[in-house]
Design a protein around this ligand. Sequence first.
Ligand SMILES: C[S@@+](CC[C@H](N)C(=O)[O-])C[C@H]1O[C@@H](n2cnc3c(N)ncnc32)[C@H](O)[C@@H]1O
Length: 227
Amino acid sequence: MSKPSLKLITTQDGSHSLLREDLNETYHSFHGAMGESVYVFIEQCLDPWVKANPGEPVKIFEVGFGTGLNAWLAAIYSQQHQLKVEFHTVEPIPVPKGIYSQFNYGQSAEQKDLLQKIHDAEWETLIEIHSFFSIIKYETTLEAFSATEGFNCIFFDAFAPSKQAEVWSIDNIQKCYDICAEDGILSTYCAQGQFKRNLKAAGFAMETLKGAMGKKEMVIGRKSISE
Ligand SMILES: C[S@@+](CC[C@H](N)C(=O)[O-])C[C@H]1O[C@@H](n2cnc3c(N)ncnc32)[C@H](O)[C@@H]1O
């Protein structure tokens, strides 16, 4: 398959995202890439897990590395909280350097450099980006991923089910359940009915939360219901 055409766009909070032209689908909410990622994945998944498990190292699994925004936010969080984070992510269509080198994430030179280090990191190898954050990027789909296990946080950040229904299949959600640690949380911007049913069928306790950037709802799944 030829590489799909990707166009750099600026969302309404000023942060960059991408448009995948063959699907006519953006990588983030048009209302704000940064705002959406911070809310859905850091504030509703990573931060609650860390607060419930103070000082514990965190293993994160992400579906769809894309712009690297979620990995970069997790790397900043790990530095700020002096907390070890190991980040695993799958991505079948890596963004070319000519595009990722233009992303406007980060205020300081250090933060900008962090994003580039994450993107430049070799694939299929666990790479230490700084003393608190390591990443392994797998160039594959979730469907083909040979899963390891014990993930405390799962960032499910695929394209919408209306564009890529296969990624939200029950088999894929079951795989996420199986690799999730007992205390793990899966988070996603999506609140589609079929997805919610798949999440429950896989065994997750499903919660609907207020969505990001004016969106009505988002969803988290917990592997075990806390007492
Ligand atoms: C909504 S974008 C979000 C990406 C990223 N988290 C970000 O913040 O930029 C979805 C990503 O999933 C990737 N993707 C497409 N099919 C996939 C599959 N079958 N398994 C895993 N990822 C997939 C896309 O290439 C794209 O990078």
